[in-house]
Design a protein around this ligand. Structure first.
Ligand code: F6R
Length: 616
C-alpha cells in the first residue's frame, strides 16, 4: 500500500518520479504528491485523488527544474484522502520533506510529544510526525540526515518505509525500511528507490534488495546502506528479469485484460525448468531440504484473498497426492488463534506481492514455532520470500491490475509442483503417476488459451446481467474455491453482492437468498471425473432453479447432460478434475471485468483497494 519513488541523478527528477508513480498507482490512489529541491528550496505539489489530479496541478502550477525528487501515491490509513493528508509532509521549518508507506503505531505518543514541544501538526497523518522529528534531529547531528533518520527510526514502532529530502543537501535522498517494501535501482550517475522495481525498470534493471531495519543513502554516484545503529550492512544485488514493456498495457484497454490474456504464458513460465527430461520435478532452486520434506507431518498454507483461494485449490491436490493433511488458513487469523504448527509442519506462504503484512506476520509466527517455511511468490526480492526458508517463484511477470488474475493460476501451478515434489521425495506416487500429472500440467497453457478464444458469450452475459443486485457462485470439490474466487472478483470490481458457496451447503441456509431471476453461476465438475460430483451438482442446480434462479453453468465441452438444467452454458475445455480450476476461473475473471466495465467502474483501480496490502 502506498507507492514510493525517489530519484537523484542527472535527469529531470519530476519526470522520473511521476513516471514511476504512474507504474505504482496500483498500490494506492487516494492522493499523489511530489517534492523536489531547487535552489535551496523544497517545492511540494500534492493533490487528493488519482495521479491525474496531481498532473493537472503540475500543469497549472509547474515545479522548477531539479535533479532530486521524491513522489508518493497514497492508500489512506491515518486521515482521510484529502489534499492536506497527501504526502509529502514537510517540517515546520520547511527544511525536510517526508513520504511514508506503512503505519507508525506509536504515532499518538510521538504526536503528543511534538505538541508539548510546541510543534504545530497540520495533518491527521502518522507520517507528519516523522517529518517534524527529522527536522528536530538534523541540527543535533550537525546536518547528518542519514544519522537523523537512524535516530528517528529507532523511536518508531510499526511498519514503515520513509524517504526524506533535506533542502540543504540537494543531491541526497535518504530512506529507511522496516516491514514495508523498498528496493534500490542502481544507475550510472543516477540512483533510484521505489516500493517496487516497476517504478524504475525503464531506467535500470540492476537493483538492490534491502533488509529489515536498514537505512539507505543515495547520491548520484553512491549508495550506502547501514542498519539503524549505523553499522554498514551487505545488501543483495539482483537483476530484474522483465523489462519496462511488461508493465505497459501493450495495446489492451486495461491491465486486467492484458493480464488475463497473459495467463497461458504465465502458466508456461511457472512450469518452465521445473520438470526434468526424465519427467521428474526438480525444484533445486528453492533450497527445499529433502530430509525436511520427508519428516514433515502436515502442510499449512497461509495466504489472503485470491492467494488463499489458490491455497484451497492446492489442498485438494496435495492431500490427494501425498496423504498429508493440508490446512489452509487466512493469514490475518493465523497468529491470533494459537495455531498448532511446529518443526514437523511445512508452512507455505502464498503471496503475489510478497509484501502482504498479514501473510508476513503469520509467516513470522510460524517460524517462531519452529515450522519449516516455503514462500510461493511472484515478486522477486520481496520480504516474504526473503524471510522464508525456501522460495518457489511463480514467474507470472508484473501484475499491475489490482484484481489478481495470472497470479492465481500460477500460484496453483507452483503449489501443485510442491505437492508433486513432496510425493516424489516421500515415494508416495509411482513415477508414471507423477508423469501423467506433469503431462496434464504441460497441456494447461494451450487449454487456457482455448478458454481465452471463447469468452464472447461470457462477456455478453456480463453485460446483460450488469443490473443484477446479487450474483451467487456454486462449486463442489476444487470448484468451491473457484466459486469463492469468482465472487471475490465480482465484489471487488463490480461492487455488488456476490457470494461463493460449496453447492451442497446451500440448503443449510444460503438458499434463502435465492429469488426470481438471481443469477447463479455454477462451476460444474466433470462428469468424467467423479461422476457423483456431477450428479450432486445437478441436484443443487435443480434446487436453485426451482426457486427461480437464473443458472449459468461453467461446464466442460461435451458435457451434454448439463444442458437441460442451465439457462446458459459457458464451455471450457475438458481437463482432469484437479486441472479444472485453471480453466474454469478464466471465464469468471472475464465476467467480473466485463461487468465492471459495463457499470463504468475503474477496473484496474477499484475503489478502496490497493494491490499490495502492507498493513494488518
Ligand atoms: C484479489 C486480490 C487480493 C490478494 C490479497 C493477497 O483480487 O488481489 O485478494 O490476493 O490481497 O495479496 P498477495 O498475493 O500479494 O499476498
Amino acid at each position: 500500500m502506498c507507492g514510493i519513488v525517489g530519484y537523484v541523478g542527472q535527469k529531470q527528477a519530476l519526470e522520473v518520479v511521476v513516471a514511476g508513480l504512474r507504474r505504482l498507482e496500483y498500490r494506492g490512489y487516494d492522493s499523489a504528491g511530489v517534492a523536489v529541491i531547487s535552489e535551496g528550496v523544497l517545492e511540494v505539489r500534492k493533490r487528493a485523488g488519482k495521479l491525474a489530479n496531481l498532473e493537472e496541478l503540475l500543469g497549472a502550477d509547474p515545479l522548477p527544474q531539479s535533479t532530486t525528487g521524491i513522489g508518493h501515491t497514497r492508500w489512506a490509513t491515518h486521515g482521510g484522502p484529502t489534499d492536506h493528508n497527501a504526502h509529502p509532509h514537510v517540517s515546520e521549518d520547511t527544511r525536510i520533506a517526508v513520504i511514508h508507506n506503512g503505519i507508525i503505531e506509536n504515532f499518538a505518543e510521538l504526536r503528543d510529544e511534538l505538541r508539548a514541544a510546541g510543534v504545530q501538526l497540520t495533518s491527521e497523518t502518522d507520517t507528519e510526525v516523522a517529518a517534524h522529528m527529522l527536522a528536530r534531529e538534523v541540527p543535533i547531528v550537525d546536518g547528518d540526515l542519514p544519522e537523523a533518520m537512524r535516530r528517528v527510526c529507532r523511536r518508531l514502532e510499526g511498519a514503515f518505509t520513509l524517504v526524506a529530502l533535506d533542502r540543504e543537501q540537494p543531491d541526497l535522498v535518504v530512506a529507511a525500511r522496516r516491514n514495508s517494501p523498498l528496493v534500490v535501482g542502481v544507475g550510472e550517475g543516477e540512483n533510484f528507490l521505489a516500493s517496487d522495481v516497476a517504478a524504475f525498470v525503464e531506467h535500470t534493471r540492476h537493483a538492490l534488495e534491502l533488509g529489515q531495519d536498514q537505512v539507505v543513502v543515495l547520491t548520484p554516484d553512491d549508495i550506502t546502506v547501514t542498519d539503524f545503529a549505523g553499522e554498514p550492512v551487505e545488501v543483495r544485488p539482483f537483476t530484474v528479469d522483465w523489462d519496462a514493456s511488461a508493465a505497459e498495457k501493450g495495446g489492451y484497454d486495461l491491465f486486467m485484460l492484458k493480464e488475463i490474456a497473459e495467463q497461458p504464458k504465465a502458466v508456461a513460465d511457472a512450469l518452465r525448468g521445473r520438470i526434468s527430461k526424465d519427467h521428474r520435478i526438480q525444484l533445486d532452486e528453492t533450497d527445499l531440504d529433502e530430509s525436511v520434506l520427508r519428516s514433515i507431518t502436515k502442510v499449512v498454507v497461509i495466504a489472503c484473498g485470491t492467494a488463499a483461494h489458490a491455497g484451497m485449490v492446492a489442498k485438494y491436490a496435495i492431500e490427494h497426492w501425498t496423504r498429508l493433511p493440508v490446512e489452509v488458513e487466512l493469514a490475518s487469523e493465523f497468529r491470533y488463534r494459537d495455531p498448532i504448527v511446529g518443526p514437523d509442519s511445512l508452512v507455505i506462504a502464498i503471496s503475489q506481492s510478497g509484501e502482504t503484512m498479514d501473510t508476513l506476520m503469520a509467516l513470522r509466527h510460524a517460524k517462531e514455532q519452529g515450522a519449516r517455511t516455503l514462500a510461493i511468490c511472484n515478486t522477486v526480492g520481496s520480504t516474504i520470500p526473503r524471510e522464508s526458508d525456501a522460495v518457489l517463484y511463480t514467474y507470472a511477470g508484473p501484475e499491475i491490475a489490482v484484481a489478481s488474475t495470472k497470479a492465481f493460476l500460477t500460484q496453483i501451478i507452483a503449489a501443485y509442483l510442491v505437492g508433486l515434489y513432496l510425493a516424489q521425495v516421500r515415494g508416495l506416487m509411482f513415477e508414471d503417476e507423477i508423469r501423467a500429472v506433469l503431462d496434464e500440467l504441460d497441456e494447461m497453457p494451450s487449454k487456457v488459451d482455448l478458454v481465452l478464444d471463447t469468452t464472447e458469450h461470457v462477456r455478453e452475459l456480463a453485460r446483460e446481467l450488469a443490473d443484477s443486485t446479487s450474483v451467487l457462485f456454486l462449486g463442489r470439490h476444487v470448484g468451491f474455491p473457484v466459486a469463492l474466487e469468482g465472487a471475490l472478483k465480482l465484489k471487488e470490481l463490480a461492487y455488488m453482492h456476490a457470494e461463493g458457496f460449496p453447492a451442497g451447503e446451500l440448503k443449510h441456509g444460503p438458499i434463502a437468498l435465492i429469488e426470481e431471476g438471481v443469477p447463479v453461476i455454477v462451476i460444474v465438475p466433470s462428469p468424467r471425473g467423479r461422476a457423483v460430483l456431477h450428479d450432486k451438482i445437478v441436484s443443487n442446480i435443480q434446487e436453485v432453479r426451482a426457486r427461480g434462479a437464473l443458472v449459468i453453468a461453467i461446464a466442460e465441452e461435451g458435457d451434454e447432460a448439463i444442458a437441460p438444467f442451465a439457462d446458459h452454458i459457458v464451455r471450457v475445455p475438458a481437463v482432469p478434475t484437479l486441472m479444472q480450476p485453471l480453466v474454469s476461473t478464466v471465464p469468471l475473471q472475464v465476467f467480473a471485468c466485463e461487468m465492471a466495465t459495463a457499470k463504468g467502474h475503474d477496473v484496474d483501480q477499484p475503489r478502496n483497494l490497493a494491490k499490495s496490502v502492507t498493513v494488518e
